[in-house]
Design a protein around this ligand. Sequence first.
Ligand code: AMP
Length: 405
Amino acid sequence: MPCHIDTILVLNAGSSSLKFTLYKIQGEQRLANGVVERIASGSANMVYRRGDGPKTEKPVIARNHSDAIQLVCEALTNPETGVIKTLREIDAIGHRILHGAEIFREATLMTEETLSKVRELVPFGPLHMPANIGGIEACQTIFPGVPNVGVFDTAFHQTMPDYASHYAIPEIYYQKYGFRKYGFHGTSHHFITDAAAEFLGKPVDEVNLVTCHLGNGSSLAAIKNGKVLDTTMGLTPLAGVVMGTRSGDIDPAVVLELVRKGMTADEIDNLLNKQSGLLGVGGINSNDMRDIVEHAAAGYHGAQLALQMWAHRIVQYIGAYYTLVGGADAIVLTGGIGENSWQARDLVLSRLACLGVDYDSEANRTLRGPCYLTKPESKTKVMVLPTDEELMIARETYKVVTQGC
Ligand code: AMP
C-alpha cells in the first residue's frame, strides 16, 4: 500500500447520479467537485466546479456509472478546466456505500474478498447498493492498482448496544434475516461529532451529544462518549422523524391494514418512502422546507400541520436522546434544514428550555454555522455545524490507506 497519499477522489454513486470531489488531503483542500445526474436516462447532465470557482453545467452522454466516471476523469484532467495533469496523480479513491450491515464496522479497503461481501449486502439496499458496487468495479478498471476504500453509511452506528438496535420481535428474524436497526447518515453524524468535540474543546471520547442531521432525509443520533448509543433510522432509512417524502415512525399495523385493503408491497413502499412526510401532509405538492414554511406562514392548514408534526417528532427524539446519554453537552444541527432554515429550527429550539437550553433567538435568525445558537451561560449548548460527508469519506480513506505506514 502506498504511504505517500496526496490526492484522494471521493465518489458517491446513487441510483441515477454520481457525485464526485477531488481533495488534496494535506490541508484538506477541495480541488474540484460536481455531479453527473440522470445517468442512463438519455438526458444526462454534468455539473462541474473547480475549487471555489463558478459551477458549469452541460449535457453529457452517460449510459451507466462507468461512463459517468470516465466523464469525471476527463473533466479533472481537462487541460483548460481540469485540476490534475494525469489520472496517475490520484492516490486513492473513497466510495460512499449505503449499507455495511454487521460485516463492516468501519471504512474498509476494497479487495476481491471484501467486495464480494459487499455484493452479498445488495438485498439491504436494492436501489443504491448496485450503483455503489458498480462505482468500485469501474474504478478497479479505470485506475488499476489504486486503492479503493468503502465508507459505509451505517458504520458509525455499529457501536449501538443490542438492546438499542434489536427489534422486540422473536430473535429468529434477526438471526435469519438480519432484521435490526442499522441507522444511516453515519458519515455525517461522525463528521459533526468530531467537529462538535473540537468546537467544545473536549476530547471526542468525552462528549455527549444529540446530533441532528435534518435535510430531505433526516435522522438523529444519541452520542455517548463520542459513540452512537441510538439513532432514529432503522433497518432502512424510513424510520424515525418526519422527512421530506418519508413518513418516519408509524404503527406497523397501518402497513398490515393497507395490505388487507389490497395494496402491494411496492405500492406501500412508494407511499411511505416517496409520497409521505412533508410532501404527503403539506398538501402543497412540495417536500421542500422553504415552501412548507412559506405556505404555513400564509395560513395553509396542511403546511402548518406538516411543520408542527416535523418539529414535534424532533423535539420528542431530542428529549429521549438527551435522557439516554445522561445529559448532553450539546445538541448539534446540520443538513440542509438544520443549517439553513431558522424558522424550522426556531420551532424546535424554543421548546428545549427544560433541557437547560438557553436559546438565543436572535442568533438563530442571523448567524450561519459553525456557530452557537445558545447564550454563553447556557448549560446545554446548541450549535449549527455544516456537515461535509465527502470530506469525512476522504479522511476515512486516508486513514485506511495509510494504516501501518
Ligand atoms: P439536504 O437533503 O440536506 O440537501 O436538505 C434539503 C432540505 O434543506 C430541503 O427541505 C430544503 O428546503 C432545505 N433547505 C436548503 N436550503 C435552505 C435554505 N436556504 N433555507 C431553508 N431551507 C433550506
